[in-house]
Design a binder for this molecule. Structure first.
Ligand code: GLC
Ligand code: CA
Length: 541
């Protein structure tokens, strides 16, 4: 495998909200083309674009009905080919998003299955049962049960996400061959890499009738054949030397090492999400709790150091289209908006792994601050709103939970300018734009040398300049203060120390002697005391 991605940074685009080129209020492929110079100016090497394939959009494109065609809402195949070409000319590789755990219920395969064609029924996971008794009471991810009944067949089918997202049967070699063909198709178009959606859920347990209750994801994660299926897919399609990242739900360190070690011939790297559950009360995404910073540090120490003992590799990130905005979550939207956004960026960009920047993160974009359920679009948000009401919460309480946890928070249109519709569209944006676009936007940050945008550009650049960032070892340091997290990176004689204050107060720390040169930081001056949300990176001599 190539090591190029170790010094690379990936920029994630949620196409529906990035840039609208034709005034219908929906971001599109030509919108991305028009912003390639902006993306190039960030210094990133790859763009991961969320799915733009044909889809009924029940889950905003993660329900694919045709893997080899462009959803007309986003443009045409010609637009897609032009985008690949133009990105290539700028030295930017495109990564497409392969949703292979499930299809849309409108996919031709599932339609044939529903019509009773046995060949296609075996593409999915059907079980016998009468209409009142599903095979198990497993819970799917967006608040429903995991089995749906098809009266005409007298059978239930499994779906780990929405009912309109039936899970594929990877045990069937024909399914695996079909999916490999999809990869070959896009590879043939010049795509440089792939992101694989919930890839560690593809291999289901042998018995789907036990245990009777619990979360379907928990029972299906890192399943018995997952490594062999991934290896087969990667080697048969010849993508082993391309950049590939798997989204791994509720996974383990051991599995991620194996998924990403070159010796396994699986992937370049993995996403995991344990660090984004440290503010889930009792593990429940929709129960609020302030972030537990000790848990956060324990996670990073275990995973960063654990990975570094091997040749496994992580994708490192705070934000994506499923997560609330990090500055609103672990930072401060108010007085220390700028400082906290830069601190959070610093913390991630010096870790061992490939950093991912999610559109608007580089501007310090915030949560949406919606106040009515009508403003939400996401299937998960709407389902959980009703669930929270059923659990006895008031509307105001439920809305407060969504305002902090809903996926819509990161899906608001990209804030390009202070002008109408934040410069995202000339029409009516499909999802409400946060009011702060008049002050938080790319145009105003472009001209401010101290902006979050220009700081992110430096972060991306430093990774290319200092091998210690991309290749070095990592060790977490004791600071004697839970708010102050620190780690060091070493490679030969190069030695970096990163110290970050995760609080809005001054903090002291002990045990780290600093002498050297400041490589980057969000304050100037002395560092005996950490100022609110201060981040400092020292090149130790
Ligand atoms: C992944 C995607 C998410 C989607 C889910 C089901 O977690 O990131 O947006 O809803 O998979 O495909
Ligand atoms: Ca459009």
């Amino acid at each position: 495998m190539l090591d190029k991605y170790k010094s690379s940074t990936v920029y994630q685009i949620y196409i529906k909200s990035f840039c609208d080129s034709n005034g219908d209020g929906i971001g599109d492929l030509n919108g991305i083309r028009s912003k390639l110079p902006y993306i190039k100016s960030l210094g990133v090497d790859y763009i991961w674009i969320t799915p733009f394939f044909c889809s009924p959009m029940v889950d905003n494109g993660y329900d694919v009905s045709d893997y080899r065609n462009v959803n007309p809402m986003f443009g045409t195949m010609e637009d897609c080919e032009a985008l690949i070409r133009e990105a290539d000319a700028l030295g930017i590789g495109l990564m497409f998003d392969m949703v292979f755990n499930h299809t849309s219920s409108k996919h031709e395969w599932f339609r044939k299955a529903l019509a009773g064609d046995p060949e296609y029924m075996d593409y999915y996971i059907f079980r016998d049962g009468d209409k009142d008794t599903p095979p198990t009471e497993w819970a799917a991810s967006f608040g429903t049960g995991a089995w749906d009944y098809v009266p005409s067949l007298g059978k239930w089918y499994l779906h780990l996400f929405a009912p309109e997202q039936p899970d594929l049967n990877w045990e069937n070699p024909k399914v695996r061959e079909e999916l490999k063909e999809v990869i070959r198709f896009w590879k043939g178009k010049g795509v440089k890499g792939f992101r694989f959606d919930v890839l560690n859920l593809i291999s289901k347990p042998e018995s789907l009738s036990e245990p009777k209750t619990g979360s379907a994801v928990r029972f299906c994660k890192d399943g018995r054949h997952v490594h062999e299926f991934i290896r087969e897919m990667v080697t048969d399609t010849g993508i082993e030397d391309m950049i590939t990242v798997g989204e791994m739900a509720s996974t383990t360190l051991e599995n991620c090492i194996r998924y990403s070690s070159p010796a396994s011939h699986e992937l370049s790297m993995c996403f995991n999400f344990h660090h984004l559950k440290v503010d889930y009360k009792d593990g429940d995404k929709f129960s609020l709790m302030p972030p537990d910073l000790k848990m956060l540090r324990d996670y990073f120490k275990e995973w960063q150091e654990g990975m570094a003992k091997t040749d496994g590799w992580s994708a490192v990130f705070w934000c994506n289209h499923d997560q609330p905005r990090i500055v609103s979550r672990f930072g401060d939207e108010g007085q220390y908006w700028k400082e906290s956004a830069k601190m959070l960026g610093t913390f991630v960009h010096f870790l061992r792994g490939t950093p991912y920047i999610y559109q608007g993160e580089e501007l310090g974009m915030t949560n949406a601050h919606y106040t009515s359920i009508d403003q939400y679009d996401d299937v998960e948000a709407i389902n959980y709103y009703n669930i929270l009401l059923k659990r006895g919460q008031s509307q105001a309480e439920a809305l407060n939970v969504l305002a902090q946890r809903a996926r819509d928070n990161s899906r608001t249109p990209m804030q390009w300018t202070a002008g109408e519709n934040a410069g995202f569209t000339t029409g009516k944006a499909w999802l409400g734009i946060p009011e702060n676009y008049t002050s938080i936007n790319a145009e105003s940050e472009e001209s401010d040398s101290e902006s979050i945008l220009n700081y992110y550009r430096q972060l991306v650049k430093l990774r290319k300049e200092y091998p210690v960032i991309s290749e070095g070892s990592i060790e977490f340091l004791e600071t004697g203060n839970v708010y102050v997290m620190a780690y060091e990176r070493r490679l030969g004689s190069e030695h970096l120390v990163v110290i970050c204050n995760f609080s809005g107060q001054d903090q002291t720390f002990t045990g780290i002697a600093l002498h050297g040169e400041v490589l980057i930081g969000n304050y100037s001056g002395s560092h005996k005391m950490m100022k609110p949300y201060e981040a400092i990176v020292m090149l130790v001599k």
